[in-house]
Design a protein around this ligand. Structure first.
Ligand SMILES: [Mn+2]
Length: 332
């Protein structure tokens, strides 16, 4: 960063709507002088910022609440402006003249959609790609239509959104094909969303790996399999870390009445659990829709949202308790 020249910094989650959100912002404001990003679960990204002078930091698609410890010091510098675009829990943000918030937690929106709306709705096709990737097909289809996309073109945008999102999932170096930094830099030259849809140097390898991972998931035996609920234990292997969330998204769309749990085994004997509540609740026995969050917080490291929640660390000896509770909770 040249001295006296305020830097433009993008801090963003490496999933589809984070990646595309910062891409839209780059088209609107110009390229950033620095990008700081990470995989899907790298949320506390403000901590990763190097010391800096005057700058405008644009933060996208990471929870403000999870960055509350690092934010006040940045604002206290006085020469740093922070603009935040997000759809996650913001906690209790400080009121500060240098902090501008664009946060919308409505379930049908995501960060790239918010960025597009704040900047004049000029990039509906990019926003559609992001929303498809974030598993918001209704929002995505509406945006694609508003951008003049045919059904075939919408399917192209969907494929790319899903593949970009898939690339953000991995826990260890080597799990994913592209680092989010690399992917953001490769996206930067593309002005037209459709041009990216034909970029085989990015999509070819992603699609091949995606198909392989998908086949391995289709061969899994469920731990719980009822009409109301399915639970799957997946091994501590790269394919499972990469594809687990994509698979959960697919199942949620294909079987909207069914709850899903994907239980990731870890090398240390614990499990990481992700829980999806049914998107459509049959209302059997007059029961109200049950929240994945309510089940998750029965366990000490549980948390999340109504439709999608998780347990960060389920002790090895709690697996049976979890599957029993999961079956009973969503079983009707
Ligand atoms: Mn996101």
């Amino acid at each position: 960063m040249a001295s006296g020249d305020p830097g433009r910094v993008f801090v963003f989650n490496g999933d589809a709507d984070g990646l595309i959100g910062q891409h839209i912002l780059g088209m609107e404001l110009g390229a950033p002088s620095l990008r700081v990003t990470g995989g899907k679960r790298d949320i506390e990204l403000l901590r990763k910022l190097p010391p800096m002078g005057a700058a405008h930091i644009h933060v996208l698609d990471i929870s403000l609440r999870r960055n509350l410890d690092a934010l006040p010091a940045l604002l206290a510098q006085g020469n740093i402006q922070v603009t935040w675009y997000d759809h996650h829990d913001a906690g209790d943000p400080p009121a500060h003249p240098n902090l501008e918030l664009h946060i919308n937690q409505a379930p049908e929106t995501c960060t790239a959609v918010i960025v597009n709306a704040v900047h004049g709705r000029k990039h509906p096709l990019w926003a559609a790609m992001a929303a498809f990737g974030d598993n918001l097909p209704a929002t995505a289809s509406a945006l694609a239509s508003s951008g003049g996309a045919s059904a075939h073109e919408a399917a192209l945008l969907r494929r790319v959104g899903v593949l970009l999102n898939y690339n953000a999932y991995g826990e260890q170096p080597g799990d994913t094909l592209f680092s989010p930094e690399d992917l953001a830099a490769r996206l930067a030259p593309f002005r037209e969303a459709y041009d990216l849809c034909w970029e085989e140097s990015i999509l070819g390898p992603l699609a091949a790996q995606f198909e392989n991972d998908r086949e391995r998931f289709q061969g899994l035996e469920p731990l719980v399999a009822t009409p109301e609920a399915g639970a799957y234990l997946v091994p501590d292997q790269p394919f499972a870390r990469r594809y687990g969330a994509t698979w959960a998204n697919e199942q949620a769309l294909q079987q909207p009445n069914r709850a899903l749990a994907v239980i990731h085994a870890r090398a240390d004997g614990t499990y990481m659990v992700s829980i999806r509540a049914p998107r459509k609740w049959s209302g059997k026995n007059g029961a109200a829709a049950r929240s994945a969050f309510d089940l998750a917080i029965e366990f000490p490291t549980g948390g999340g949202r109504k439709l999608a929640a998780g347990i960060d660390v389920l002790p090895g000896d709690q697996l049976e308790r979890f599957t029993e509770r999961f079956s009973a909770f969503f079983g009707g």
